[in-house]
Design a protein around this ligand. Structure first.
Ligand SMILES: Cc1cc2nc3c(=O)[nH]c(=O)nc-3n(C[C@H](O)[C@H](O)[C@H](O)COP(=O)(O)OP(=O)(O)OC[C@H]3O[C@@H](n4cnc5c(N)ncnc54)[C@H](O)[C@@H]3O)c2cc1C
Length: 406
């Protein structure tokens, strides 16, 4: 059965209208392809996130031609303030901003429609349509009814919830790489006091960190997150039973006075909400004939910091570039995409290693203490943030060891 709004066929069906899906659909429609983008949720929709736009996101937004539009709405920020367990802090300069995902994703999705793609929501991807082993479209659900849409390619950009990946036969690990919880707090009195992206490490937040990000209109995004073996277990399979993010959030407010003040004097807007993360380009196969996986579904979020908006857009654009090689060349498209993601993999691997700072918060004391004394190290930290410098020189054990002797 076909909904009046859903076509029978298209060149590319993109599933998921987060940053990855919208970026991919925009680029494909801009190249003249017939693109249908669908999302399980009606837009605008909320997405549990810290809403921080780091330099890679700025670059991707420019590449999509929406930078000025986003920055006209966003809260501009000039530094990341890293706070160590013993209270030492360093402000790392960077090109940064904060915009709630409800607004950002809606804006990206509207840009995708301007580029010529169609968008339908709420429409859920249920399963791929197959011709032998090749994906030739998808079974979708909209308004309680099932619909089949044939497509020359399907792109899965369904984020960190693995159900669509499982249904598509591409999930290699159901457990997320991380989990995080965030809330919005309105507190006009704190506006002049917290004007950087604040990241806080502490033994009571071991395995992750706490953050406060200043959003527009006197609102702050505050949260805590965990990655690594605390979530996946030592064997990598793990269960989420022992993860209590609410307790971690309370610990953050106990150990960090600005978090306590923000919560005590502010008004919580909505609830505290948690969500999974999929990191380090792990946990899923990136393609099968007729289908590519992109964004966080492909693990495009950084393990150390949990940041992923920029890399979601970047991988979505890479998927579009691979498809533009020629939709009829299955092997060519898959090889092109595989090569592009592999080129990013070393950077993700270094961020995975850097997560040892989350495991051993005393390392944050050391790095921040050294950065406060050395403008060169501070510049290097800024270079890693801006992605103009290889993170290996700073984030690896070797890099940390060298810090001691420079
Ligand atoms: C608490 C928290 C804080 C974070 N903070 C930051 C931060 O400050 N900065 C940063 O850069 N990153 C942050 N991240 C990571 C960031 O949220 C993700 O990297 C990013 O959202 C990934 O984008 P995406 O487009 O791949 O997926 P998503 O943004 O998750 O979009 C996926 C879309 O797919 C849709 N979908 C899912 N399944 C289906 C289906 N079956 N059918 C149809 N549609 C479907 C969903 O409705 C959704 O709209 C944070 C994550 C969490 C959990």
């Amino acid at each position: 059965m076909l909904s009046p709004a859903l076509p029978e066929s298209c060149d590319v069906l993109v599933v998921g209208a987060g940053p990855a899906g919208s970026a991919c659909a925009s680029k494909l429609a801009g190249a003249g392809l017939d693109v249908l983008l669908v999302d399980a949720q009606a837009f605008p929709r909320d997405k549990v996130c810290g809403d921080g736009l780091i330099p890679d996101a700025h670059a991707a937004l420019r590449g999509l031609g929406v930078y000025d539009e986003v920055m006209a709405l966003a809260r501009h920020v000039a530094h990341v303030r890293c706070v160590a367990p013993r209270g030492g802090a360093v402000s790392v300069p960077g090109t940064l901003a904060v915009l709630p995902r409800r607004q950002l994703d809606d804006l990206l999705c509207r840009a995708e429609r301007r580029a010529g793609a169609r968008f339908e929501a709420p429409v859920r991807f249920e399963a791929p349509l197959l011709d032998g082993e090749r994906v030739v479209g998808a079974r979708l659900k909209a308004g309680g009814a099932a619909h089949e849409v044939r497509a020359r390619w399907v792109v899965l950009a369904t984020g960190a919830v693995p159900q669509a990946l499982i249904n598509a036969g591409l999930c290699e690990r159901r457990t997320p790489s991380g989990v995080a919880l965030r809330g919005y707090v309105k507190n006009a009195a704190m506006v002049g006091h917290i004007d950087q992206l604040e990241l806080v490490w502490h033994p009571r937040l071991k395995g992750g960190y706490g953050w406060i990000f200043p959003a527009p209109d006197g609102v702050f995004n505050i949260g805590t997150g965990l990655t690594g073996s605390h979530v996946t277990g030592r064997d990598g399979r793990g269960s989420m039973q022992d993860v209590n993010l609410r307790r971690m959030f309370d610990a953050f407010c106990d150990v960090y006075a600005p978090a306590r003040e923000l919560m005590a004097g502010g008004t919580l807007v909505g609830e505290l909400k948690g969500a999974p993360l999929r990191c380090s380009l792990l946990g899923a196969r990136w393609s099968r004939p007729g289908m590519l996986v992109t964004g966080e579904a492909a693990g495009s979020t950084y393990a150390f910091s949990g940041e992923g908006i920029g890399k979601a857009m970047e991988t979505g654009i890479l998927a579009a570039e691979a498809l533009r090689q020629g939709l009829d060349d299955d092997a060519g498209v898959r090889a092109h995409y595989d090569t592009a993601l592999r080129a990013l993999a070393p950077r993700f691997a270094l961020y995975e290693k850097a997560a040892h700072v989350n495991e051993r918060p005393w390392l944050a004391d050391l790095v921040i203490w050294r950065a406060r004394k050395s403008p060169r190290i501070l510049r290097r930290m800024s270079g890693v943030l801006e992605e103009t410098q290889n993170p290996g020189r700073l984030l690896s054990w070797r890099g940390i060891g060298k810090l001691m002797f420079e």
